[in-house]
Design a protein around this ligand. Structure first.
Ligand code: SAM
Ligand code: FES
Length: 352
């Protein structure tokens, strides 16, 4: 298994069955060494600095019906809200003061936020904070919309592919949603010059190690600048209410493999990881992640953006989250930086 890992770390292509054997390895010693290698690789590229992104969850209206998601259109229990442009700008103002230089606008696929409205919001943020990056995470759109957002100044886009296996995709989504269209969106985003993030949930219902192997093979081919992964966590008002959550251990394995495969990628230790284990985000960093994404949404809406049960940070102010994360990162010898945290290709030079 060590040889396979070295092949991966040299940047060579692996076959899906090689990825699968890696993922299925159960030797704890192997994984302890792999996490250490991934962590060293991250430190060679980023030092002990952790990039932060201020997450603004600006709408929980969604026209899609993903079976796993608490804000799916088919959940009548969801208490819906939208932020105004003014409220979004207030989140940015607070975030800027706290040291955030990237704002992530995330939401359901909400038709109220037409292309024009998104363009206006992106322009307003870029005008007020020209030294900040704007990341959008608002789902599948026509290429023409992505183009307008890009022209308005959006720098990055997050769209997880969720699973690279079309049969598995069909178990997680209703018939109208198709893997091909998501993949086409990712290609469009890349073509338009966005820094693109994709990713998947670990332990989603029906997922097997061969699916995760396909996810890694897809990511190795697509070479996104960012990769967001986190455990699946059930939400009580979805069809997957009774399903088991993904595990910390499997999520850490995948973070480490992703880091060895893409040394310079921006990989967050996600809120979902911090939800399934008290020190999940710290462990994510120690397995090779280099980004955290604390919540900047106004307190009154935090509990309403419930993608899954027991989500952390819904009762804390933005400043509290920033401080909490700074302390958590400090406890493992890392620090939060005030930086846009753009993607820069790494040519194998040691970090200075
Ligand atoms: N609507 C946009 C989209 O679909 O990309 C952005 C919001 S969507 C809720 C963001 C991500 O949340 C999804 O890509 C999915 O991976 C994750 N997510 C949704 N439900 C989840 C759950 N039950 N457990 C863990 N992650 C979940
Ligand atoms: Fe939000 Fe710790 S990061 S309370």
């Amino acid at each position: 298994m060590k040889e396979t890992l070295e092949v991966l770390a040299r940047g060579e292509r692996l076959q899906p069955q090689d990825f699968q054997s890696l993922i299925e390895e159960e030797n704890p010693q192997f994984w302890a060494e792999t996490f250490a290698k991934a962590r060293e690789r991250a430190q060679a590229v980023f030092g002990r600095s952790i990039y932060t992104r201020g997450l603004i969850e600006f709408t929980n209206f969604c026209r899609q019906n993903c079976l796993y998601c608490g804000i799916r259109a088919g959940n009548p229990q969801a208490d819906r809200y939208r932020l105004t442009q003014q409220e979004i700008l207030e989140c940015c103002q607070e975030g800027y003061g706290l040291g955030f230089r990237t704002f992530v606008l995330q939401g359901g696929e909400d038709p109220y936020f037409s292309d024009e409205r998104i363009v206006q919001i992106v322009r307003a943020i870029k005008a007020a904070y020209p030294d900040c990056a704007v990341t959008l995470s608002i789902g599948e759109k026509p290429m023409e919309s992505y183009r307008l957002f890009r022209e308005a100044g959006a720098d990055r886009y997050l769209l997880r592919h969720e699973t690279a296996d079309s049969e598995h995709f069909a178990k997680l989504h209703p018939p109208g949603q198709r893997l091909e269209s998501r993949m086409a969106c990712l290609e469009s985003l890349k073509e338009l010059g966005y820094q693109v993030g994709t990713g998947f949930m670990v332990g989603s219902p029906g997922q097997q190690s061969r699916h995760l192997a396909q996810d890694l093979a897809f990511i190795q081919r697509f070479r996104p600048q960012m990769v967001g992964i986190g455990p699946f966590i059930p939400h009580k008002d979805t069809p997957f209410a009774g399903e088991k959550a993904g595990t910390l251990q499997m999520t850490l394995r995948l973070i480490a493999l992703l880091r060895l495969m893409l040394p310079d990628a921006l990989i967050p230790a996600t809120t979902a990881l911090g939800t399934i284990a008290e020190d999940g985000r710290e462990q994510g960093i120690l397995a090779g992640a280099n980004v955290v994404m604390p919540n900047l949404s106004p307190m009154r809406v935090r509990k309403k953006y419930a993608l899954y049960d027991n989500k952390i940070c819904t009762g804390e102010e933005s400043a509290q989250c920033r401080q909490c994360l700074a302390a958590r990162m400090g406890s493992i010898g890392y620090e939060l930086t005030v930086d846009r945290g753009d993607y820069h290709p790494w040519k194998g030079k040691e970090h200075v």
